[in-house]
Design a protein around this ligand. Structure first.
Ligand code: ADP
Length: 552
């Protein structure tokens, strides 16, 4: 070894984020719409003090480094305190998606062996029902004050969150430990099988927060008022609780109030500048502002990801409301951020139509992540915007293996015939263009394989969504005796709109190659969604398994 650097070496710990926010942006507000219905306001300084008191309380309950603290909660200040109080005291924060089926929630809490379970008031009946199936949980903590505690409950020794916090004096120093220790666990939503746990480390979470706040990332700053619509149980609200602390932004939490009206009113009242969420939540908000002819007075940009952002939505937000849309791609196994679509200096000089087509892609990686598309033999494909393959990634916040599994989740990759090491296979099919912009064509399981050719379900959905009478659309593979699979389009009409099968199919003419046009259209009242708001393709395929395509 040659000359060594002579710089301070401090572990990258999650507690350092909240300490920084409290010390340098202490007065900056955190506003939460509570489950109880009212607004709660305090600031980063108070948040840090209460997180420390919570840490003291968790330690007093007997929880030890590495023990898991489960949460079933909406976006709010108490949930934020649990993020920092648990991870900061070397415990592991395990956010559980309350929208999952109760059996799945129990399965996940048991798999992670949660010793404590903290939950919002409205989940009390759910937790009471689940408790007999949760043998590991020693402490049930209701995230409310004494006044809202139930007179009677079947939960053994139910604890009151506010009482736990208030009983402590706050004389607690955040412990210093190995930055590679686990900080939190998130489970994949199981769209493609059993949920699997991704175990983040302090180091991976801090690096993710650093990089995602960069200007070509989510571009977060102390001038921002950030409202994460994406739930804190969906991959840590895409890291926003951490990146907000790094930059000292004001945070606004919507609680369970995610309908268009509630969101719009909160956006306006708190002068929100930046938000993030899956496309389905923006559908609700846009319907509300559209129907009431409203405008946003402060909202200027949003990250949309989790599933493909329909180009029509991107255009409506940008052209009608002046909101910059940053299309992003990521996944639970990536903490979640991988790529974002932001124009480079050269691209900003292109005609607007060309710029839009670039913004519709999933975008470029941020520093800390690398990506490639490979064929089935593991050979990297050229970056020409047309060669599609399996998307693989590697980086500082990509998993090595899943929780409880010893075998690696990675696959070998070859570049120009040489060994390029082990990468994580995302299960997505994508292209990368010469500028490094990645575009997802499909999930490998959702791709429609017609006579040996692939048809992108995302392309078909994006076209359908551009039709003014379409509320929501999903393209799925339907069995075909000759072509193996052919596309079937499932459509929910907008309320009051009329649209026929023939009109829908005619809309595809000239917008896509003839052989890719769906063979049939069915209209439904509702399309099933996963607990994270994505279309449940598997369920739709089952629902239409017996569907006979015309001419088949
Ligand atoms: P799950 O895999 O359980 O659904 P994730 O939230 O981790 O939960 O989902 C990650 C997947 O979501 C990606 O692998 C990809 O298929 C899809 N996805 C995420 N963002 C986008 C996007 N912008 N466009 C298309 N697909 C996306």
């Amino acid at each position: 070894m040659g000359l060594m650097g002579q710089m301070m070496s401090m572990p990258l710990l999650i507690s350092s984020l909240i300490q920084h926010a409290a010390r340098h942006s202490g007065d900056t507000e955190i506003v939460s719409k509570r489950v109880e219905g009212d607004l709660h306001r305090y600031n980063w300084r108070e948040c840090e003090r209460r997180s420390r008191k919570l840490a003291q309380a968790l330690v007093r309950l007997g929880l030890k480094a590495g023990d898991r603290v489960g949460t079933l909660a909406w976006n709010g200040y108490r949930h934020l305190e649990i993020y920092y109080g648990s991870s900061g005291s070397a415990l592991v924060c395990h956010t559980i998606n309350p929208r999952l089926f109760p059996e799945q929630i129990a399965w996940i809490a048991n798999d992670a062996q949660d010793l404590a379970l903290c939950f919002d008031l409205n989940f009390l009946p759910l937790v009471e029902k689940l408790a007999p199936q949760l043998p590991h949980v020693r402490h049930f903590v209701l995230m409310t004050d004494r006044a809202h505690m139930p007179a009677q409950t079947t939960l053994p020794g139910l604890l009151c969150y506010e009482e736990l916090v208030e009983a402590e004096d706050g004389r607690y120093t955040w412990p210093v430990f190995d930055e590679n220790a686990a900080s939190s666990i998130c489970y994949t939503s199981g769209t493609t099988g059993h949920p699997k746990g991704a175990v983040y480390s302090h180091r991976s979470s801090v690096l993710h927060a650093f990089a995602s706040a960069l200007p070509d990332g989510m571009d977060c700053s102390s001038k921002d008022v950030i409202l994460p619509v994406v739930p804190m149980f969906h991959v840590n609200a895409w890291g926003l609780p951490y990146s907000s602390a790094i930059v000292g932004a004001k945070l606004v939490f919507p609680g369970p109030h995610l309908d268009g009206k509630s969101l719009y009113e909160l956006f306006e009242a708190e002068q929100v500048t930046f938000s993030a969420g899956v496309p389905t939540v923006w559908l609700g908000l846009l319907n509300y502002v559209g129907a009431n002819q409203l405008k946003f007075s402060s909202f200027t940009r949003t990250v949309i990801g989790g599933s493909a952002c329909p180009p029509a939505m991107l255009r409506t937000l940008m052209d009608d409301y002046g909101v910059e849309v940053i299309h992003a791609w990521g996944m639970t196994e990536l903490s979640p951020l991988g790529t974002l679509s932001k124009l480079t200096a050269r691209q900003l000089k292109l005609p607007q139509e060309e710029q839009r087509r670039i913004l519709e892609k999933q975008g470029k990686v941020i520093y800390g992540i690398d990506m490639a598309v490979i064929d089935d033999a593991g050979d990297a494909q050229p970056w020409d915007g047309t060669s599609s393959g399996n998307l693989v990634v590697r980086g500082h916040w990509v998993i090595n293996s899943y929780f409880g599994q010893t075998q690696s989740a990675l696959v070998p990759v070859k570049e120009q015939g040489s060994d390029a090491g082990l990468w994580f296979p995302t299960g997505d099919v994508a292209t990368i263009d010469a500028d490094g912009f990645m575009q997802i064509t499909d999930r490998s399981k959702d791709v429609i394989k017609s006579g040996g050719e692939w048809i992108s379900s995302i392309d078909l959905e994006n076209i359908a969504m551009a039709h003014p009478a379409v509320g929501e659309a999903a393209a799925i593979a339907c069995r075909h005796p000759k072509w193996d699979e052919r596309p079937l389009l499932v459509v929910v009409r907008k309320p009051g709109a009329s649209l026929s099968r023939e009109e829908m199919l005619a809309f595809y003419e000239g917008r896509i190659a003839k052989w890719q046009i769906p063979d049939d259209v069915v209209f439904v009242d509702e399309i099933p969604h996963t607990a994270t708001g994505k279309i449940q393709k598997l369920k739709l395929r089952q629902q239409f398994a017996e569907h006979r395509l015309p001419g088949a």
